[in-house]
Ligand binder design. Structure first.
Ligand code: XLS
Ligand code: CA
Ligand code: CA
Length: 419
């Protein structure tokens, strides 16, 4: 089999002092951090759409990167993509991947023919996974948005025929996911709004919904974690679904990434992560490789506090910029993202073992542990009880102490830069 990236070696950990651009400075797969090897804490995944298919096309220009993998027929290209993806994963030490059905195999004439061709590609992937069991499917999904039939939506289409087609496509995508031993399946609303098609009746370890507030439409139903949670509770599905939280979607919803993760964790619906970052000056879903270490540290703090990933992981729903168009840039992008998350994990572990931040929060809320606070939490205090308490107590201003915002930010810097 042809090697696609003959000039790229297997990427190794060389430590923070290394200046080799094709080496990890912080990601050391087998090193134990917070009780588990880094590769198990981070569970990195390659996204088939951006990495194997995305050529840098945007609304102002054609593609800049060659993602044909040396093949012109769709069948041969789909298989070459598999070979190239496995080579990328092996060289980077990435064990998981994620796909949309159409990333694996495009549409052909009819749905039946499309499904049959998809089966050929998933058979091929299954064979490769058998030969190399370190490669695993994190999640699959259906691409119900780029074909013109989805111009008015998929699950939200005014056409019942389009709805039925969407259901058929999702059923097949779930089957492909199950066939490849996928840990989960992701519903992403977007233009297509396929939350309406949630009931797949197929056993998967993890069904996820991925919130996103806007783009391509200016308002989307699955706005953020809290909105999706409300939707799930309305239909009694909150025990069946968890969230796939994407960093760039959090900021489009005017939330921090950490906020979205915390809402999910507090409500027991934290599932998986799409690891990327947006451009704060653009307000558009730019899906950049994550390099902001404050974000990755606060993200990994939430992941560790949630008990780590179970069936989820860190999927790089991220693409190299249009100007970073060479095959080597794929590796630089992943190294940047993996090292940023490795640093984030190391910092998060230290935030927890250092204890200053958690202790501050604990002390701040200590009044809820005893006396009137404990009675309120236990649901024992009535409004009349609280009125009596407040009348007797008098002014309560001196029960407050400083929020110490600046001190806390400085502690975080201290932890980050004394690793
Ligand atoms: C698009 C979404 C998409 C999902 C999978 O904005 O991020 O890529 O993750 O359909
Ligand atoms: Ca995503
Ligand atoms: Ca995105």
């Amino acid at each position: 089999m042809a090697e696609f990236f003959s000039s790229i070696p297997v990427i190794k950990y060389e430590g923070a002092g290394s200046t080799n651009p094709l080496a990890f400075k912080y990601y050391n797969a087998d090193e134990v951090v917070a009780g588990k090897p880094m590769k198990e804490q981070l569970k990195f995944a390659l996204s088939w759409w951006h990495t194997m298919g995305g050529d840098g096309t945007d609304m102002f220009g054609v593609g800049t990167a060659d993602k044909t993998w040396g093949e012109s027929s769709p069948e041969a290209r789909a298989k070459a993509k598999v070979d190239a993806a496995f080579e990328i994963m092996t060289k980077l030490g990435i064990e998981y991947f994620c796909f949309h059905d159409r990333d694996l195999s495009p549409e052909y004439g009819s749905l039946a023919e499309t499904n049959a061709k998809l089966d050929e590609v998933t058979d091929y992937i299954a064979e490769k996974m058998k030969a190399d069991p370190t490669k695993k499917l994190l999640w699959g999904t259906a691409k119900c948005f780029d074909h013109p039939r989805f111009m008015h939506g998929a699950g939200t289409s005014p056409s019942a025929d389009v709805f039925a087609f969407t259901a058929a496509q999702i059923k097949k995508a779930v089957e492909a996911t199950v066939k490849l031993g996928g840990k989960g399946y992701v519903f992403w609303g977007g233009r297509e709004g396929y939350e309406t098609l949630l009931n797949t009746n197929m056993a998967l370890e993890l069904d996820n919904i991925e919130p996103k507030p806007k783009e391509p439409t200016k308002h989307q139903y699955d706005f953020d974690t809290a909105t999706v949670l409300g939707f799930l509770r309305k239909y009694g599905l909150d025990k069946d679904f968890k969230m796939n939280i994407e960093a760039n979607h959090a900021t489009l919803a005017m939330h921090t990434f950490q906020h979205e993760l915390r809402v999910a964790r507090d409500n027991g619906v934290f599932g998986s992560i799409d690891a990327n970052q947006g451009d704060m000056l653009l307000g558009w879903d730019t899906d950049q490789f994550p390099t902001n270490v404050y974000d990755t540290a606060l993200c990994m703090y939430e992941v560790l506090k949630a008990g780590g990933f179970v069936n989820g992981g860190l999927n790089f729903d991220a693409k190299a910029r249009r100007g970073s168009f060479t095959p080597e840039d794929i590796f630089h992008s992943y190294i940047a993202g993996m090292d940023a998350f490795a640093l984030g994990l190391r910092i998060a572990d230290k935030m927890i073992s250092d204890g200053r931040l958690d202790k501050f929060v604990e002390d701040r809320y200590a009044s809820w542990n005893t006396g009137i606070g404990a009675d309120i939490i236990a649901g024992k205090a009535t409004m009349a009880d609280l009125e009596k308490y407040a009348l007797e107590k008098g002014e309560v201003l001196d029960s407050l102490s400083s929020g110490r915002q600046e001190m806390l930010e400085s502690i975080l810097n201290n932890i980050m830069f004394s690793l």
